[in-house]
Design a protein. Structure first.
Length: 93
């Protein structure tokens, strides 16, 4: 970002849980929020890329979403994802 004129570019990376498996209370809350978002939104997230991009019918999408939701409930694997944020200051005119 600094190469295109922004100043004080900062990159931060977090590993965020999916589900209530962490022992830390704050991470447990974050994990439950992520679980809810992914569990409830799985169909909507998957619909367009799978049906329009790959030509899947509704039954195929539903089967994959059901499998995904089943996997989300298995916290023995301790699912997580990496969240990366990059931010900078716009230079003064």
């Amino acid at each position: 970002m600094e190469s295109i004129g922004f100043q004080a570019a900062t990159e931060r990376t977090w590993t965020l849980p999916i589900g209530a498996w962490p022992t830390d209370e704050r991470l447990k809350e974050v994990g439950m929020i992520m679980f809810y978002v992914l569990f409830k939104g799985a169909r909507e997230i998957a619909q367009t890329p799978l049906s329009e991009g790959l030509g899947w019918d509704d039954a195929q999408v539903d089967a994959l979403v059901a499998s995904f939701r089943k996997g989300l409930r298995n916290w023995t694997r301790q699912p997580s994802f990496t969240f990366r944020a990059v931010y900078a200051q716009k230079p003064a005119p």
